[in-house]
Design a protein around this ligand. Structure first.
Ligand SMILES: [Zn+2]
Length: 303
């Protein structure tokens, strides 16, 4: 096509793209995908995505094929938080955010690591996913057909966001698929690995600041893991923080590693309270001799 355009005098080779054009191309590919970028290349003369990769290093999120490991998490921290990607900002506290996103239930080959991902982390521990030939693919297919391994139906995404007035966008650290049979204990274990990786990585706590809180929605295993992870020790009363807090009567002094506390989006607290209230009302209507309060307290109406 370019030869025909050159013969007809319509083709102009370009190499001196401006920073704005490179930025727009990057956004078009990230937000709209390759088809949008191709349309903009034809209509507005934007560079191809391959041109972007020769001008800048695009941060890459390594998906976890099984339970997230310290190496995978550290690789993602270095990819997104290295000096090339982010100029150093004043250190501050950070919030670790956890939520789930629906994914297609299928496997995916990752060229960089030469392995298949997309299986549930609950049943893929110890499963050899390194592709060395058709035997590997057939072995994984057999496990799927026999029900010993599953494709993940949802991906847990862990992101980190800074407590500051600007540059506080959430940046992903982990994406891990699951089938939903994991327990809060399992979840707390690998979330602890995420916190440890952030604390030890040169571009983590030392470069950006510590994790102050862990936040999730009301999903049962995540809520369970937050309590396991963030209430496993008590602030020492001899420490500077303990000296101040221990004088507050009734104050919960339990925290997690590095004095990490837990929090949640309040809309999930409201949903949980409403669900309990509706549940209590339903029980009340079925049992006319009793009265139930939304806080779960019930007494006999005859008393
Ligand atoms: Zn499974």
């Amino acid at each position: 096509m370019h030869v025909e355009q050159a013969i007809n005098g319509f083709y102009t080779a370009r190499s001196n793209y401006s920073k704005r054009e490179l930025d727009v191309t990057f956004l078009a590919k990230s937000l709209g995908g390759p088809k949008l970028l191709y349309a903009l290349c034809c209509s507005h003369g934007l560079p191809a995505y391959r041109t972007i990769t020769t001008h800048r290093t695009v941060p890459r999120l390594t998906p976890s094929g099984s339970v997230p490991t310290a190496d995978e998490i550290s690789s993602n921290i270095a990819s997104f938080f290295c000096q090339e990607q982010r100029p150093q900002l004043p250190r501050c506290g950070h919030l670790l955010l956890i939520d789930g996103v629906a994914v297609d239930e299928r496997g995916c080959y990752v060229r960089e690591t030469n392995e298949v991902v997309g299986f549930c982390r609950e049943h893929s521990v110890g499963v050899d996913r390194l592709v060395i030939g058709m035997a590997t693919v057939e072995y994984l297919a057999d496990l799927i057909y026999e029900g010993d391994l599953h494709f993940g139906s949802e991906a847990s995404v862990v992101a980190i966001a800074a407590h500051r007035e600007d540059n506080y966008q959430a940046i992903p650290l982990v994406v891990s698929t699951k089938c939903g049979t994991g327990t809060g204990e399992d979840c707390a274990s690998w979330l602890g690995t995420v916190i440890t990786a952030w604390q030890s990585n040169e571009y983590g706590e030392k470069y950006n600041g510590p994790i102050w809180s862990v936040a999730s929605d009301g999903e049962a295993s995540l809520r369970n893991s937050r309590f396991r992870l963030c209430m496993d020790r008590e602030v020492k009363k001899s420490s500077s923080l303990g000296l101040k807090l221990s004088r507050l009567s009734g104050m919960n002094l339990h925290t997690g590693p590095g004095d990490v506390t837990m929090t949640t989006d309040y809309k999930h607290t409201f949903k949980h309270t409403c669900a309990r209230w509706v549940s209590g009302l339903d029980w009340c209507l079925q049992s006319p001799s009793t009265v139930s309060l939304s806080c779960g307290v019930a007494w006999d109406a005859g008393e």
